[in-house]
Design a protein around this ligand. Structure first.
Ligand SMILES: Nc1ncnc2c1ncn2[C@@H]1O[C@H](COP(=O)(O)OP(=O)(O)OP(=O)(O)O)[C@@H](O)[C@H]1O
Ligand SMILES: [Mg+2]
Length: 225
């Protein structure tokens, strides 16, 4: 089976005020459909930078990335926007739910933006809210949900547009240990149920064994430990 994601010799150098910061060096890996990769590493080692590059939110300095059949390192802004909307589901440490919309509406919005009818969007959003165990809270606004519940909605929203890859950047970083475990288990279950590929950045070392692969970033490079 060919890879859904092919990352080849990716280097990222940030330049500011005459100084160069080599954040990523010769990063290469493959991820197939349904596989999960866990990335750990010290603060500032480049985890978010890598995730942002794969998600089309940041660019490489050199190297190439083929994701979902697209060479995203060689794509214009318009195509990148479409890639971000259709192929990638993002989950961040902060939920970024829209405060003036209910949980259900937050799930419907990406679908409506992608051109789904209101009826289809609502049906799909109801299924997703049920998947994350919040059917009874569907009319709650983000301010009326707990931290863990908000992250559940954020997971559901990441799945809404049926992306091929889920990119999760410390999705449980703000939660207590018990909630963090529950949400991570839910994320892995849904990724498996829906046969998605997952890249999860986490500081939680106990979760390493849950992925198909685990790498740490050290001095800009992937190390397998
Ligand atoms: N836009 C930017 N311009 C210059 N330097 C940047 C920029 N974005 C990030 N950096 C630097 O690149 C390095 C990697 O940042 P990154 O956010 O990827 O780290 P991280 O591994 O996600 O850390 P954390 O665990 O704290 O989230 C850091 O040293 C950071 O200061
Ligand atoms: Mg980060």
């Amino acid at each position: 089976m060919s890879s859904l994601l092919e990352v080849r010799n990716v280097n990222k150098i940030y330049k500011s005020e005459g100084e160069s910061l080599e954040v990523l060096q010769e990063i290469s890996f493959d991820l197939k459909k349904g596989e999960s990769l866990i990335i750990t590493g010290e603060s500032g080692c480049g985890k978010s930078t890598l995730l942002n590059i794969i998600g089309g939110l940041d660019s490489v300095t050199s190297g190439s990335i083929n994701s979902c059949g697209l060479n995203i390192t060689d794509m214009g802004e318009e195509k990148l926007t479409s890639y971000r909307k259709k192929s990638v589901g993002f989950i961040f440490q902060f939920h970024y739910l829209l405060k003036d919309f209910s949980a259900l509406e937050n799930l419907m919005l990406p679908l409506l933006i992608n051109g789904e009818s209101k009826k289809i969007a609502k049906e799909h959003a109801l299924k997703l809210i049920n998947d994350v165990g919040l059917y009874d809270r569907k009319k709650h606004y983000p301010s009326q949900l707990s931290g863990g519940e908000r992250q559940r909605v954020a997971i559901a929203r990441a799945l809404a547009n049926r992306p091929k890859i889920i990119l999760a950047d410390e999705p449980t970083g703000n939660l207590d240990e018990m909630n963090s475990g529950l949400i991570q288990n839910l994320l892995f279950k849904l990724v498996e149920d829906y046969n998605k590929s997952l890249i999860l950045v986490t500081h939680d070392a106990t979760i390493k064994s849950k992925g198909n692969f685990h790498y740490s970033i050290k001095s800009g490079r992937f190390v397998n430990q």
